[in-house]
Design a protein around this ligand. Structure first.
Ligand code: ATR
Length: 277
């Protein structure tokens, strides 16, 4: 029941109507006994500043941030956690009156999901892509003491830039980058994650030669619909598949904890999405 005292949280993005966050966030508040709701806010690309100002003035307590605003919100905030500074991107904002604090739970969300699957922080990690998601996963990996990272990208310069940025924070990280054709560097990685947008609309089959996949290697992607052709090819070679569902839920659980100090069990969020995916 919504009362005069109900706290409002939400997500800003464009598009945002596809977001599953409202489904499990609202269930989480119920479980935690919080008088709070979580709603989607569609923000126009030129409306970000006004939207943040409006949300803050209306007493909204916090929002998640999704595409295309994760980097754009950074200069508009008053305080960033170290994780947000490392990533140069924010997925969670807390409005404390006129003081807006940004953090980023994407990297920890991904690695918490991997821990659920039994992956240790000692694992050698391969990342395909060098965009925002790759940055979050790579920084999260290094921040947890990960030691050996391999990164492939179509645009090699972008992978080099990401490597430089990561090593500014984590100079001891053994990080090798290669162009997307040099798949040999993925051989021996305990875990490989495809962060490119290629699988989204199909056509991921031609992304790369899949000869590097070993039996029992964890191989996954960040989408949570039907597996891409890329993932199917990895499975056919003995890869153990995962998708972005665990990361989605864990980043949300961490956002709730950032806002409220309360931690909702994974099972509660999973239950909320049962039948949806
Ligand atoms: P996100 O925030 O989801 O990571 P992004 O920052 O736009 O999205 O990054 C998209 C990634 O997908 C990039 O690594 C991009 O490679 P480039 O740096 O070469 O652009 C990769 N990508 C997108 N389309 C691709 C394609 N057709 N083939 C290979 N890589 C692709």
């Amino acid at each position: 029941m919504i009362t005069g005292a109900t706290s409002v949280y939400g997500i800003i993005g464009n598009p945002v109507s596809h977001s599953l966050s409202p489904v499990f966030q609202n269930r989480a508040y119920d479980y935690l006994g919080l008088d709070a709701v979580y709603v989607p806010f569609l923000v126009q690309p030129d409306g970000l500043v006004g939207a943040l100002e409006g949300l803050s003035r209306l007493g909204v307590k916090g929002v998640n941030v999704t595409v295309p605003f994760k980097e754009l919100v950074v200069p508009l905030l008053h305080e960033l956690t170290e994780m947000a500074r490392q990533m140069g991107a924010v997925n969670t904002i807390q409005f404390n009156g006129d003081h807006w604090v940004g953090t980023n739970t994407d990297g920890d969300g991904f690695w918490n999901a991997m821990m659920d699957l039994g992956v240790s922080s000692e694992a050698t990690c391969g990342i395909v892509g060098s965009g925002g998601s790759a940055r979050a996963i790579a920084m999260g990996y290094a921040s947890r003491g990960g030691k050996k990272l391999r990164m492939l990208n179509r645009t090699l310069e972008k992978a080099h830039r990401l490597k430089r940025d990561i090593q500014l924070w984590y100079p001891l990280l053994d990080c090798e980058v290669a162009s997307i054709g040099d798949v040999g560097v993925l051989q021996g990685c305990d875990l490989v994650v495809n962060t490119t947008s290629v699988g989204l609309g199909g056509g991921s089959q031609g992304l790369m030669d899949m000869g590097w996949v070993n039996h029992g290697q964890m191989v996954g992607e960040l989408t949570y619909g039907a597996p891409s052709e890329w993932l199917e090819a990895a499975k056919a070679r003995g890869g153990v598949p995962f998708n972005g569902r665990g990361m989605l839920l864990h980043q949300g659980i961490l956002s709730i904890e950032f806002w409220t100090g309360k931690r909702v069990p994974m099972g509660v969020c999973e239950e909320a999405l049962r039948g949806i995916f």
